[in-house]
Design a protein around this ligand. Structure first.
Ligand SMILES: [Zn+2]
Ligand SMILES: [Zn+2]
Length: 289
């Protein structure tokens, strides 16, 4: 055996094997270290890129909302209840004009983004309503019998610090179900309205997850009424009791804290973002157009 194997060796291999075991192990170790170093970097870069896309989406939505506002004498697009389980939510009114690119309604960090992408124009508007990654400030649209949503007549005192649209959850499944077409319905998102409370919907038997998410690592992206796009840190908000930041919220001129005492609401006072700033109009004798 020994003689045979010796005779099979080429003269080159006899001089020196191409790689020794030690060399191969060394190379494998170096490659493994490089992969380990690179993969977190790749993940980080992906998250960064997705964050940039999300902020771009919000700028596009903001532009569309400002055009709608201009063309509607100051009103923001309302949610219309068509019947018991059908709603036309705000962004339906922005499409296809002034919002031509409807893909901007999907945040790339939304775990249910494919739900939006798989929809087409023929799908039920209620499926649309819950499939967006972004929600419109529900307090602004509902408070004062809805008259706050005329932002020309009732401009908040600090528009750059007032929420308009933001990343919306839940980002986890509850009450999982499939539509008649077998598509994953995903979690309901309050017709893509941004809730100021915990977002729990008593119409659902299962316990809900809050609408607030930490989609972008530690927070969400926010479009303000002043048309700026910024980031709100939500990770603390989700971990701490809902009243934790009330004093800071009131000091920031939050209308819920200063005008409607004892109304529970999430607040993002650490980033100087509020549901509404300035005094709420006390009585309204207005008519909606
Ligand atoms: Zn996002
Ligand atoms: Zn407040």
């Amino acid at each position: 055996m020994r003689r045979l194997s010796r005779s099979c060796r080429s003269p080159l291999a006899q001089r020196r094997p191409a790689f020794t075991l030690v060399e191969i192990l060394l190379v494998v170790t170096i490659v493994a270290i490089l992969i380990a170093l690179l993969i977190p970097g790749v993940g980080q870069a992906m998250r960064q890129a997705n964050n940039t896309v999300c902020m771009h989406n919000l700028r596009e939505i903001g532009q569309a909302l400002q055009i709608y506002r201009l063309e509607s004498a100051g009103w923001l697009p309302n949610v219309d209840v068509v019947d018991d389980d059908r709603v036309n939510t705000w962004f339906v009114k922005l499409m296809p004009r002034p919002l031509a690119d409807r893909t901007v309604m999907a945040c790339p960090e939304d775990p249910f983004k494919n739900r939006w992408r798989s929809l087409d124009e023929k799908d039920d508007p209620s499926d649309w309503a819950n499939a967006s990654s972004y929600g419109l400030n529900n307090f602004l649209m509902r408070a004062g019998d809805g008259f706050l949503s005329n932002v020309d007549r009732h401009e908040p005192s600090r528009p750059m610090n007032t929420l308009l649209v933001a990343d919306i959850g839940p980002d986890r499944h509850f009450a999982p179900g499939r539509g008649d077409d077998g598509k994953d319905k995903g979690p309901p998102r309050n017709a893509s309205m941004l809730q100021w409370d915990d977002g729990y919907d008593p119409n659902y038997d299962d316990e809900g997850y809050p609408w607030v998410t930490t989609r972008h690592g530690v927070g969400i992206n926010v479009l303000t009424l002043g048309n700026s796009v910024t980031t709100a840190r939500t990770i603390d908000v989700m971990r701490n009791p809902i009243r934790e930041y009330y004093s800071r919220c009131a000091n920031g001129g939050c209308s819920i804290c200063t005008d409607l005492h004892d109304v529970e609401h999430y607040n993002f006072s650490s980033d100087q973002l509020y549901w509404y700033t300035g005094a709420l109009p006390s009585s309204e004798r207005e008519t909606r157009r």
